[in-house]
Design a protein around this ligand. Structure first.
Ligand SMILES: [Zn+2]
Ligand SMILES: [Zn+2]
Ligand SMILES: [Zn+2]
Length: 331
């Protein structure tokens, strides 16, 4: 396993061949994330019950003491050890629940665990960025159906996050504002793209969303990471996240697959804090009940997204879905 530097884009990329051999969609009787029996036999978690557990991924992309790279680099094509961390967060002993089924208090406890892992990994000198994410559903790449999330600690700020932060730095220089603080106020005033807001946390479909039902969730005030949020604010984040997930599941009447990602400040000093406004990005791939938004020519070849659903319409559909869930007792 190693990291290779792409001479064309200037991006670091990870190679972990052992991951090809990892367990792929085992049946629930062979699930490695279900609780073990009284003898400790069964899965990777030697407990007969649990609420939330975190541990190192058995098939890591990054690790604290990586092996030497399998290939020698050059000054044109640098190679580096895959130093960092890859953790698994199992947040339910029940094989068949989704994040939308968790009570808000339990979701808030998960937010606390994300905050603890961020603080812990940020303290490691070799870690520059901590990404918390969930792949929910096989179409977005989940290889285990047992509900779980993951945390990657990267040795540099990864490309998409870096592009966001560099752009936020430009906005700060030209407009004098944090782009997320200003956008949050804008979306509250406009209302058409709002999905949920409780006075502390706002969820909206971005004005120029990449995917039809993409939703971003952010605290109203400038918090650089979950560590800046008080208990009540974390509860609010959990509650608004719950609203969005319930709307997702009611939208087409099946559990909508999505990638959930938590963007927080890089962990390499104070330089990024003024432009790091913590937020959750939820990216489903569906564009209607039966059709997926595939990445095709424009997106793959040019990085230029084309969408066939107006963000105002998808936000309206998500608000209506939440109302349906409430009226049919699924909230
Ligand atoms: Zn399981
Ligand atoms: Zn801000
Ligand atoms: Zn982001």
């Amino acid at each position: 396993m190693e990291r290779r530097y792409d001479a064309f884009s200037g991006e670091w990329r990870s190679f972990a061949e052992a991951r090809q051999d990892r367990t792929f969609l085992p049946s629930s009787s062979e699930c490695p994330l279900c609780p073990s029996d009284e003898n400790g036999d069964g899965g990777e978690i030697p407990r007969t019950s649990f609420d939330i557990v975190t541990f190192d991924n058995r098939f890591p992309t990054f690790t604290a003491s990586p092996p030497a790279p399998s290939i020698v680099g050059t000054d044109l094509t640098p190679v580096a050890p895959a130093i960092g961390a890859a953790e698994v967060v199992v947040w339910s002993a029940d094989h068949n629940v989704t994040l939308a089924d968790l009570p808000v208090e339990r979701l808030a406890r998960l937010v606390d665990v994300w905050a603890e892992r961020y603080a812990d990994l940020a303290a490691r000198a070799e870690v520059a960025y901590v990404l918390t994410f969930e792949n929910h559903g096989t179409i977005v790449g989940a290889t285990l159906s047992h509900p779980h999330g993951q945390i990657y600690a990267y040795p540099e700020v990864p490309p998409r996050v870096r592009a966001e932060l560099l752009h936020a730095r430009d906005v700060l220089a030209t407009r004098g504002t944090c782009v997320r603080c200003e956008t949050g106020t804008f979306e509250l005033r406009e209302g058409a793209r709002l999905v949920a807001d409780d006075g502390t946390t706002t969820a909206f479909v971005p004005f120029a969303a990449r995917f039809p039902y993409e939703v971003q969730i952010q605290p109203r005030r400038h918090a650089t990471s979950l560590l800046d949020l008080a208990d009540g604010e974390r509860m609010s984040l959990a509650s608004v996240l719950h609203d969005v997930l319930v709307a997702y599941n009611a939208l087409f009447d099946f559990p909508l697959p999505y990638v959930l990602a938590l963007h927080q400040a890089p962990t390499v000093g104070p330089d990024w804090l003024r432009v790091s406004h913590a937020h959750i990005e939820l990216t489903p791939l569906h564009r209607d009940a039966a059709k997926l938004k595939y990445l095709a020519g424009s997106e793959i070849a040019a990085g230029a997204f084309v969408s066939d659903v107006a963000p105002e319409r998808s936000a309206g559909a998500l608000r209506a879905a939440k109302e349906r869930a409430i009226s049919t007792g699924r909230y």
